[in-house]
Design a protein around this ligand. Sequence first.
Ligand code: HAM
Length: 425
Amino acid sequence: MPEFQTTPGTRDILPPDAARWRAFIENFATVVERAGFEQIILPMFEDLGVFLRLGDATDVVTKEMYDFVDKGGRHVALRPEQTAGACRAYVQHHPVPPWKVWYAGPNFRYEKAQHGRYRQFDQVGVEVLGVDDPLLDVEVIALAHEFFRLLGLRDVTLHINSLGDAGDRDRYVSALSEYFNSHSSELSEESRATLARNPLRVLDSKRPNEQDLIREAPSITHFLSDDAAAHFAMVQQGLALLGVDFVVNDRLVRGLDYYRRTTFEFSSGALDSAQTAVGGGGRYDGLVEDLGGAPTPGIGFAIGLDRTLLACDAEAVFSAPSSAADVFVVDTTDGRAALTVSARLREAGQRVERAYGAKSMKSQMKAADRSGAVFAVIVGSDEAAAGTCTVRNLSTSEQLTVPRDGLVAHLAGQLGSRTPRRSNS
Ligand code: HAM
């Protein structure tokens, strides 16, 4: 075993998976930029205080933060998500609302590492600040839905709920707390500890012997103010109008404390582990204010890139884009022809591979076949002397002699001009 390996919860994303990641992000950018979102790049670490606003009842804050005091004595933390950072940026730069941003990048949570749950994981996401309109909630949810469809995922279910306004939520939490406390002997020790910290999260328990109790618990539906209930009704009507299927799930509470009104989560039926959430989000109308800004409504979502790709694997969709070369240059003289021919073809936009280290013709032709290239360009001593090269179609074995200075034009005619590839499955 080598002395150094990736630490628990982190992974190397090797080729060809790294190209698949990039295609994932490019596809996401395409979907959200069509809807008017612009990219934001936030710092990976910030003042710890920014993330404390996620709520002192969340595991993300109390147990999972990667925080440290830097050499200048500042207490900072690696970001566990990007919503708080986006709101901090909004307060700091006061852009004109509505502010519609999207992001991609790694986040860090000291979680129990397992398949589909990592300590460093990537998300793509959007945030909209400054709009209090239930039809925006619909648009935001529909974007995530559209993206999952674009990836080819079929087995993804959208769950929606409303957590009401701050007052509704507080009254509901009190009612839940009273209910679970009166049944505390039926709760596991872990759930009793959760109850003391955050009664809402008891609803997340997956323990089979607590499911009856959870089913009978009070429902948030009965605690919504008229405004919050009307907002939620409009969200459901809008989703129906767009033909986006959803399940109303009054037990959906989400892991972060900042949510108000609309919350949602996408779960994959193709993932068999406990980690089936491939994305989630909601409204966080008090967060900007908590970070020192003027009262500003906000809504967004984040999609877990790592976990969504696991769902893609399980459904056999969105494979890695092809990395095959267009052309493989074979040079059996001294290698200089391969150097210059490759350089010229690459400048002209072709994807070109070649062998190194004076290999035999046979071994270079084998490498050409393995590369998946469409053509081999062969320069042997005859071609070198005549200033030509042989262009061989690697699937039909047809060959043609082409003058060296006409090669770029010849191959451009055969291959067409290339644009960066994307996964298309
Ligand atoms: P979240 O539910 O904590 O929400 O994370 C969103 C998604 O990130 C999850 O559904 C999951 O796919 C992925 N994820 C979270 N933790 C891990 C992990 N340890 N390993 C692998 N994947 C993970 C948020 O982060 C909110 N900021 C979303 C949001 C944006 N709400 C409003 N705007």
